[in-house]
Design a protein around this ligand. Structure first.
Ligand code: MN
Length: 226
């Protein structure tokens, strides 16, 4: 299977001024594209040649794991951003309030987790099979699927995500991130988890990414005329 760079669901200038066109040109067009081409060069002739990204995240090691996870993490990251002003579903809003006290308290804890992460990595909102939410940070390419959690939302805290626009000011980047969160996608992930539970990933399309499942769901809605 040849993995392909996802087309962003918005233009490179759509996230300005919080994320500049130049940042997206480099972040999507160079960094994300680089992980794809590296992955495609690594897997021919290995057991992972026909495997999904999720299978590689669960089982691969070394360079194949790093590049597959970075492809998945970036697919997830771009899809959980939007230039539109979105809000959490009632169900998601209510579980965030129940478990974190308020959406504001959740945002604060998420930002603190991002600031506390040493070096490069990711901050995630995750859910487990008992519907416990958690804020998790992972280093480098690592992904919480590897430890049995289901990701609902992510922020990329590699310097390449913010250095052009914010230099070393990670806190300012993490504050700005909230203006771009695609709550429709986060709510979709939560609803999908509640629907499928342990069978969560088996319902996804061939790449097993929430990205393509989400896009499929939007296409289905548009085809149904709603
Ligand atoms: Mn990145």
């Amino acid at each position: 299977m040849v993995h392909e760079l996802i087309k962003l669901p918005y233009a490179y200038n759509a996230l300005e001024p919080i994320m500049s066109t130049e940042t997206l040109q480099y972040h999507h067009g160079k960094h994300h594209a680089g992980y794809i081409s590296k992955l495609n060069s690594l897997i021919p002739g290995t057991e992972y040649e026909t495997k999904s990204l999720v299978e590689m995240i669960k089982h691969a090691e070394g360079a194949i794991f790093n590049n597959a996870a970075q492809v998945y993490n970036h697919d997830f990251f771009w899809t959980n951003l939007s230039p539109e002003n979105t809000t959490p579903s009632l169900a998601l809003d209510s579980i965030i309030n129940a478990q974190f006290g308020s959406v504001e308290a959740f945002k604060k804890a998420f930002i603190e987790k991002g600031l506390a992460l040493f070096g490069s990595g990711w901050v995630w909102l995750c859910i487990d099979e008992k519907t416990n939410l958690s804020i998790v940070s992972t280093s480098n390419a690592d992904n919480p699927i590897r430890s049995g959690l289901v990701p609902l939302m992510v922020c990329d805290v590699w310097e390449h995500a913010y250095y052009i626009d914010y230099r070393n000011a990670r806190a300012d980047y993490l504050e700005g991130f909230w203006k771009l969160v695609n709550w429709k996608f986060v709510s979709f992930n939560y609803a999908n988890h509640e629907k499928h539970r342990g069978d969560y990933f088996s319902n996804f399309c061939s790449d097993n990414t929430p990205y393509c499942d989400y896009v499929d769901s939007i296409d289905a809605m548009e085809n149904a005329g709603s």
